[in-house]
Design a protein. Sequence first.
Lengths: 239, 290
Amino acid sequence: MAYKKRHDGRKPGETRKIIAKAGVIPNADGSGYFKIGDTEAYAAVYGPRELHPRSQQDPKQGKLRCAYNMMPFSGQGDRVRPGPSRRSKEISMVMEKALLPVVDLEAFPNAVVDVFVELPQTDAGSRCAAISAASIALADAGLRMRDVVAAVAVGVVDGMKVVDLDYEEEAWKEGDVADIPLAMVPSTGEISLVQMDGRVKKDEFVQAIEQAKPAFDAIADAQRAAIKQRYADAAAKVE
Amino acid sequence: MTEAKEQSKLLVKDHDVVVPGEVLAEGMEYLPSQGTYRKDDRIYANQTGLLIVEGKVLKTIPLAGVYLPKRHDVIIGKVIDILMTGWRLDTNSPYSAVLPLKDATFDYIKKGADLTSFFDLDEYVVCKIFQVTSQNLVDVSMKGPGLRKLKGGRILKVNAAKVPRIIGKRGSMVSMIKQATSCQLTVGQNGLVWLNGEPEQELLAVESIRKIEVEAHVPGLTDRMKQWLEKKTGKKIEMKPDEEFPEDRRPRHDGPRGPRRDGPRGPRRDGPRGPRRDGPRGPRRTGPRR
């Protein structure tokens, strides 16, 4: 039986409900919160600041350093063992590569921008939520960036091309599933992250990405609105 | 060309908060400046900030971000290390500064003297940046009016992007807080503020600075602060420039460019300060320096 209708009643191109906020961590230089369905991510940005150890400093431009972490209680039942794992190290690395094309760190030689992302609750799509939250936090920190980076997964679940898979779809038992996390620079359409778990045909892959374009714009709008909201709230308090 | 002109349109208002990737204007008539860039026929923001429309030029005033050392800035530094020939200062930025012996004091310092007797670790000084290299190596000096070691009082960390608001036009905001609280007050461009006064008055000054920080982007800040301070203290506060700021330190950042409207003036810069840009000796001016 092919997957004809999504189990939670969403349309194929529809994401789960998105909530985005900025300035959620007062101690950080910039911070962001991004929730999509039951997956939520907090991101804190510190810096640019001095980079230690000094051997890692780059005199040409500043560095971006990301740290992705799922909290022990955030998974689907099993406790996530705290500390770095192969998975979290990989995701930290791909986050860095997904965000670097938009941030301009030329003014900060030898310095570092630290991005810490914590996920208190996950229901698939956590690396995409992490990138989206980190991007809000970077913009909130006042860094120069060409655009925000919007990220969401696309996929093919038992023949149906869908956007923003949740855990149930990702672990669909009755047919093949391809899960493709993507990150995009919305103003240019450049893709800064593609990973894939599963198998798809070439044309399905292209169609799945095409179908997700409105979702990327929606996420980018939510991200930008989150930062504006922060300043609008401050203004509203004055009146 | 005429066609391009007809199509040009501004999609945001002056003094709006803009965020990276937001389209500010379409068409070739508008020009990008600080915090904005052009791609094809659109102008985008590349920094979170307050949009300023100056005729056809679109620029932003940043609302957040760390301090980047800039030549001629007066900053408050903290002594973090003592070197063979000077002191290393933390500048509340990614880059530390060096205060060389010869620029530290007019006193004669004997060879091998104990440098901590001049400035000890963890002490704060008001100093002026006189050199910044392309790699952001910073040299500061303490020779100049108002440059001194800070004794007593308290240090406050503020958002460096809001410092111009805390100072106000020609120091008007600083002067208001000083009048209202009778505190001594020094604002470093790097986002450190030094306060000294009666305990309750200090607290009021801290509260007012925090208020400015939060409300900096909302129009009518000066009047609002004046009313607020008058209500808090019951004193009548007079708006006047602060004597420490004879002219705006960075006139390029406030108000429209072009001829000055306040009548004829003498030489543009007086005294031995010298021209602001004197050839290749200064810091490189490319990139997003604020």
